[in-house]
Design a binder for this molecule. Structure first.
Ligand SMILES: [Zn+2]
Length: 219
């Protein structure tokens, strides 16, 4: 009983005596500026300027990623490794020119309608922010495929990405909002504060979290 009271006292003190954690309102995040860690890019919200290049790109296992996202990704992959799960980096930053050539290749092969389901148009890709990473398993199993969610790397990322400031940007069943079908391998760095707040909100997408219109397609 005595022990219980002591625990209660500590809990009460904790609740009353400490300042509430600072939680930024959605309005406090800059979702418009290309260089903002919280920028929201989708088929209705191109990067401005379209040819934006992030200033602080660093190399992670041979791929370029923006410094903030690179640090967080390294922490994430180390933590996964400590849990016995190996995660590899499959894709990071893509420049406007790289996205353009990728998209144009698809257009040549399949036509624009199909190309639009396979790759973002240049200036509209989250990868151009340097804040998006595609992750994989060293075995390559389910690489860039929906079944990635059931692989060790996919499961680990779904459970822990938020702790490192990442969100699963294109969740299952939200294609009409994000413009992309389920991509369990595509993680977007938004910083730990927003990642936490987003998770607690229960919203599935950044569009819904910020009250933005759905972006199923280009204008
Ligand atoms: Zn991606």
């Amino acid at each position: 009983m005595k022990r219980f009271r002591m625990v209660m006292a500590v809990l009460l003190l904790g609740a009353a005596g400490l300042p509430a954690p600072a939680v930024a309102a959605p309005a406090d995040y800059d979702i418009d500026t290309a260089s903002s860690l919280q920028v929201v890019v989708n088929k209705q919200r191109p990067l401005d300027p379209a040819t934006y290049v992030p200033s602080a790109l660093v190399r992670v296992t041979g791929l370029k990623v923006r410094a903030e996202a690179a640090d967080a990704y390294k922490k994430l992959s180390r933590a996964a490794k400590a849990d016995g799960v190996a995660i590899t980096l499959v894709s990071g930053y893509r420049s406007y020119a790289q996205q353009e050539s990728l998209y144009n290749d698809y257009v040549r092969q399949y036509g624009q309608q199909v190309a639009d389901t396979l790759a973002a148009r240049p200036g509209f890709s989250e990868h151009q922010t340097g804040l998006a990473v595609d992750i994989g398993n060293p075995s390559g199993s389910c690489a860039l495929a929906e079944c990635f969610e059931s692989t060790p790397a996919g499961r680990w990322a779904a459970a822990h990405a938020e702790e490192y400031g990442f969100v699963i940007r294109y969740p299952k069943g939200s294609g009409e909002v994000t413009g992309y079908s389920y991509e369990p391998w595509h993680l977007r760095y938004v910083g730990p504060a927003l990642a936490k707040e987003f998770e607690l909100s229960g919203e599935a997408t950044l569009e819904e979290f910020f009250g933005l219109p759905a972006a199923p397609d280009y204008n």
